[in-house]
Design a protein around this ligand. Structure first.
Ligand code: FAD
Length: 190
């Protein structure tokens, strides 16, 4: 399997960074390939601009988008690692989706309705939260985030979500609990 890991966190000392490194090590240990696209390190431009629309309507894909689409095309499994910010994804990742998951690449409209075009791909999502699991349960936040990401974005694009893991309350749990969270990745099948 060819994995493409999309990573969105600006801090190299963050827990998300440790999560990303652990997942990369796990995939490589199985002898499989993983390509990492670290959106902050790449200084990925997340703003879908007027010029992008002009290019798309002329049948041209802007170069930075074409680069990312080539990585997506090559992958069998996309792994997405990021914190939950304002009950969504960091803006840089939202902008990656806005620009890279474009019409004609990720989806199209046919006589029969919208059709996802990435149906040969699977997705695994790993999120950290500030809020505790009880709050997520009480307010239905987990289900909301799952619906938006898994049905609204990845599923809409035809992708099959095979894993969505939440690591809750990461800044406030104990160091041991965070270490256990990283250790739990050994149970995830890559
Ligand atoms: P960090 O803060 O980087 O790290 C947490 C702790 O883990 C630190 O003590 C760090 O030293 C430690 N750590 C680092 N590496 C390791 C390691 N290898 N092993 C063990 N410990 C380690 N939360 C919500 O629930 N809902 C929201 O809507 C929401 N909105 C937010 C919006 C913004 C703009 C921001 C900045 C935060 C928001 N949060 C929200 C909180 C956010 O989700 C959490 O702060 C984040 O998920 C924690 O992950 P992190 O990687 O940033 O952790």
């Amino acid at each position: 399997m060819k994995y493409l890991l999309i990573y969105a966190h600006p801090n190299p000392k963050s827990f998300n960074h440790a999560l990303k490194e652990t997942i990369v090590a796990r995939i490589r240990a199985t002898g499989q390939q993983v390509t990492v696209r670290d959106l902050y390190a790449l200084q990925f431009n997340p703003v879908l601009s007027g010029n992008d629309f002009v290019s798309f309507s002329a049948g041209k894909v802007p170069a930075d988008i074409a680069t990312e689409q080539a990585f997506v095309k090559e992958a069998d499994v996309m792994v997405v690692v990021h914190p939950i910010w304002w009950f969504g994804m960091p803006a840089i990742l939202k902008g990656y989706i806005d620009r890279v998951f474009s019409y004609g690449f990720a989806y199209e409209v046919t006589d029969k309705g919208v059709r996802g075009l990435l149906s040969d791909k699977k997705v695994m999502v790993f999120n950290t939260t500030g809020g505790p699991q009880e709050t997520y349960k009480q307010y239905g936040f987990t289900a909301s985030v799952e619906n938006i990401f898994n049905a609204g974005i990845y599923g809409f694009s035809g992708m099959q979500v095979i894993n969505h893991t939440f690591f809750y309350g990461v800044p406030t749990v104990t160091q041991k609990e965070r270490e256990d969270m990283l250790a739990s990745l050994t149970k995830v099948e890559f």
